[in-house]
Design a protein around this ligand. Structure first.
Ligand SMILES: [Cu+2]
Length: 145
């Protein structure tokens, strides 16, 4: 399990009205965090596991920092890349769908081409940008781990 924190950028804040709204809301919630840039935008808790037959189950919980309110109706994608063979079979974007009944939790099931260790990169695109990484070890094809 990885807990990653992403930071909102200046470009995002100046080009996206909802980015400004989010920053304003977060500033209200945390009086001490009045910094205009570099404020924490989202916390992504990423889990990735091999479920057998080269299939990887990805689950991500997205919450607002401080309040830990689930971030719902987000647009989120994943990329997988084999660590020992960078970019040779990179896959994505893989769309993660919000799990019914689990607000702020997103999941996807994907295939990797061969046994090995993979980097799973999660990209939260809407309503605010955030990124997180998790490693998953995909061993013998039939194994469930
Ligand atoms: Cu490979």
């Amino acid at each position: 399990m990885t807990i990653a924190v992403a930071v909102s950028g200046v470009a995002f804040l100046t080009t996206r009205p909802e980015g400004r709204a989010e920053a304003a809301a977060s500033a209200t919630a945390h009086p001490d965090s009045s910094r205009p840039t570099g404020s924490i935008a989202a916390v992504l808790d990423v889990k990735a596991r091999h479920v057998g037959n080269l299939q990887v189950q990805i689950e991500v919980q997205a919450v607002s920092p401080g309040t830990y309110q689930p971030i719902t109706m987000a647009r989120m994608v994943a990329w997988t890349d084999m660590i020992a063979m960078p970019t040779s079979h990179r896959q994505g974007p893989i769309t993660l769908m919000e799990v019914p009944g689990k607000r702020g939790t997103y999941s996807a099931l994907t295939n990797v081409p061969m046994v090995g260790e993979y980097d799973v990169r999660i990209e939260l695109q809407q309503p605010l940008p955030a990124e997180a990484h998790e490693r998953v070890d995909v061993q013998t094809v039939g194994r469930t781990s």
